[in-house]
Design a protein around this ligand. Structure first.
Ligand code: DI6
Ligand code: FE
Length: 405
């Protein structure tokens, strides 16, 4: 079945033109894929469609990609937010057993169905904005069974909702209380779980939180050695609160991405550029923690490091459920251009997940796209608190219109 979508204004995010712009464009969808993308009048005569859909000049972009989320967890941290407003720091709360550990307890208590219900509700918020691919990390279970429960919920989101899910094992997120004072033993344990997580089809990549309140570079290196020997790609929470040299370490392992990067050094930038590691910028966490040191965007830009953008949705540092809001924050807080921000949630978001089949509108790629009530995508970087997504297509199939406002 081939369907031709005509009379669209396309921001393909592909090719040489800014935005990959096509003023009067068309998309030919064949099954799950785009069979042809170009100017309306240039459609080759031999490409017959079984059906035609008139888009009436509407703006069409690739489906959005949220390449860094912690969507599966129990409870919330609204009370901790109040504590922080009264002066407690994120690190101090974490050291006192709050923070990630309080979410750990709530997640362990939650059933698989409860976790699925809350995570699916969050995923629907992202889907409403045209998101078609979501990365979901574990990291709030921290035992083999609990981590499997959370990764299983991530997989179930991908099965039951019209969205692609990439599942990342982040067992090295925090030290569980059972391992107090024995962080190396915990690293041994989580390395031992990996082959079984992989055999169960629960994991697409491995991540770690390399930080003074997380895991050391030496521990991260052990985790990465284990992951890469299994053929699993790695990613890293690097240089969020301090410079641990995490990005350079990640680059040495050919990491797909290094994420956060507020405290990234020039050495780290150079290492990422040489390795082709994507910089995933997370303005939601920067904003919510009231950080004052933005990531070195100009240095990343000059070095040609691809920049992606994500919500980092998590209960502690970024309870954001809008990737469109991140477009605005990346521009206002980090000084990305609207086009860079959009590349961050499309083509570079795909690259941060190692997915070559999406993130642009081009022949041969997945037919994941969104239709907007807007003249130009820069409007979505400019406005905030507004969702003009009207329709979206996932693998060539229109998602229920009720999912959109
Ligand atoms: N960095 C973050 O910002 C989140 N995880 C991480 O490694 C915070 C997670 C939390 O506070 O629950
Ligand atoms: Fe994160």
């Amino acid at each position: 079945m081939r369907t031709l979508y005509r009379h669209a204004r396309l921001a393909t995010m592909a090719g040489e033109l800014p935005w990959g712009w096509v003023e009067r464009g068309a998309l030919l969808v064949d099954g799950e894929q785009l069979a042809w993308v170009g100017a309306d009048e240039a459609l080759p005569a031999g490409l017959a469609a079984d059906a035609e859909v008139e888009l009436g000049g509407a703006l069409v972009t690739p489906g959005l990609i949220d390449c860094h989320t912690h969507l599966v967890y129990g409870g919330d941290r609204a009370a901790e937010f109040e504590l922080r407003l009264r002066g407690a720091s994120y690190e101090a709360i974490a050291r006192a057993g709050g923070g990630i550990r309080s979410t750990l307890a709530a997640t362990r208590h939650a059933s698989e169905d409860q976790l699925f219900a809350s995570a699916a509700a969050r995923a629907r918020c992202l889907i409403a904005e045209g998101v078609t691919t979501i990365e979901i990390k574990s990291g709030y279970g921290l035992t083999e069974a609990q981590e499997a429960k959370c990764l299983g919920v991530a997989r179930r989101i991908g099965r039951e909702l019209p969205v692609s899910v990439r599942a990342t094992s982040l067992a090295a997120h925090a030290l569980p209380p059972e391992f107090e004072g024995r962080s190396d033993d915990y690293v041994d344990a989580l390395i031992d779980w990996l082959p079984r997580q992989q055999a169960a089809g629960l994991v697409d990549a491995v991540d770690a939180f390399c930080e003074t309140i997380g895991f050391t570079p030496a521990q991260t290196e052990r985790i990465f050695t284990a992951a890469t020997s299994l053929g699993l790609p790695v990613k890293l929470h690097a240089e969020q609160l301090s410079d641990q040299g995490g990005a350079a370490l990640a680059a040495r392992f050919g990491a797909l991405s290094a994420d956060h990067l507020e405290h990234l050094s020039a050495t780290g930038v150079a290492a990422m550029a040489a390795a082709g590691t994507v910089a995933v910028l997370l303005p939601g966490a920067y904003y919510f923690l009231r950080d004052t040191q933005p990531p070195p965007v100009q240095a990343l830009r000059e070095a040609g490091v691809p920049m992606a953008l994500a919500t980092d949705h998590n209960p502690g540092t970024s309870p954001a459920l809008s990737l469109l809001l991140m477009l605005n924050m990346a521009c206002t807080l980090f000084r990305l251009t609207p086009e860079e921000a959009w590349r961050g949630v499309t083509v570079n978001g795909a690259r941060a997940l190692g997915l070559a089949d999406r993130g642009r509108l081009a022949a041969g790629l997945r037919a994941d796209f969104a239709v907007w009530d807007a003249e130009h995508p820069r409007e979505m970087a400019y406005r905030f608190g507004h969702n003009p997504c009207r329709r979206s297509f996932f693998g060539g199939i229109e998602r229920p219109r009720a999912l959109h406002p």
